[in-house]
Write a protein that binds this ligand. Structure first.
Ligand code: SF4
Length: 285
């Protein structure tokens, strides 16, 4: 099976804000024209393409590549949704259905993201324009016990889904190791996820976990972990930055280069560790 290709189109410097937890390095940006061309080229070779970056709405022309990729969701910090009166029309034309926005609640200021009131406005506007909204919430040693509260707030903000993402000390976040969950905290966090899922109906709010937490006990992830194939990085998924460097996944783009992409040729010269697939490799760095 060919891996999914995450085509990273822009970097931290291209973003309209500076979050302290951003894992994306500074590697320049790909033009929207090149992004569309490479999407088509990779699809012709049988790859599924995912468009990603920091704030990709910084250049709405990237939306042509989203449409070509058949990707119906997009990650944004929400500012441009409030600033560009035409943006929702452009998103509709690109067949985007779900907008994912960061909302870190208890640690919003600590992570230096846009104020939660601004996110709330962007969520309301998105819902009014007919989009599904997924909130992406970073879990740290400060807020890991607030799963119920954060899920409830997400529901009242009008979100359809909340996706929890593990804070990893990579990229901008490498400066603050204190926010990383230890094993006990991670286990307590999983317990709370079970409780909240029992309490809040899935039709009211879908509660999702990013794979970077590692396997949750009792989940399909645990089955995969037992077979040493939990982490798909470099195997079922790869990420290509605008310089044509290939990495195992977007969370492994600091120094774990595994190949090059040039003139349509994907050359993988280095496989990531094969014997440590029982958890998220990014946690082992
Ligand atoms: S390192 Fe593996 S498990 Fe972790 S986020 Fe990347 S692909 Fe997912």
């Amino acid at each position: 099976m060919k891996p999914k290709v995450v085509l990273m189109v822009n970097d931290r410097k291209s973003c309209n804000i500076r979050c302290n937890h951003c894992y994306v390095p500074d590697y320049g940006k790909r033009t929207s024209k090149s992004t569309l061309e490479e999407t088509i080229r990779l699809q012709e070779q049988g790859y599924d393409v995912i468009i990603a970056g920091t704030e990709t709405l910084a250049d709405p022309m990237y939306l042509h590549a989203y449409k070509q990729a058949g990707q119906d969701y997009l990650l944004t910090n929400g500012l441009i949704l409030l600033q560009d009166p035409d943006i929702f029309d452009k998103l509709l034309k690109a067949e985007i259905k779900t907008l994912q926005m960061s909302a870190h609640f208890e640690v919003q200021e600590e992570l230096n993201s846009i104020p939660i009131d601004v996110v709330k406005k962007a969520v309301g506007l998105s819902k009014n324009n007919g989009f599904r909204v997924r909130l992406a919430t970073t879990i740290t040693s400060v807020n890991y016990e607030e799963v119920h509260l954060m899920s409830t707030l997400a529901y009242y903000m009008g979100a359809d889904e909340i996706k929890f993402i593990n804070y990893l000390p990579i990229g901008s976040a490498s400066a603050n190791n204190d926010l990383t969950l230890d094993e006990v905290q991670r286990s307590k966090f999983f317990d709370q996820i079970n409780q909240v899922r029992d309490f809040i109906d899935i039709d009211q709010l879908r509660i999702l976990l990013h794979g970077n937490f590692g396997p949750k006990p009792g989940s399909k992830g645990e089955v995969l972990a037992n077979e040493n194939c939990y982490c798909p990085a470099g195997d079922e998924i790869i990420a290509i930055n605008p310089k044509g460097e290939i990495y195992g996944c977007p969370f492994l783009m600091e120094s774990q280069n595994i190949g090059t992409y040039q003139n349509g040729d994907l050359l993988i010269h280095n496989t990531l560790t094969k014997d440590k697939r029982q958890t998220c490799i990014a946690n082992l760095l």
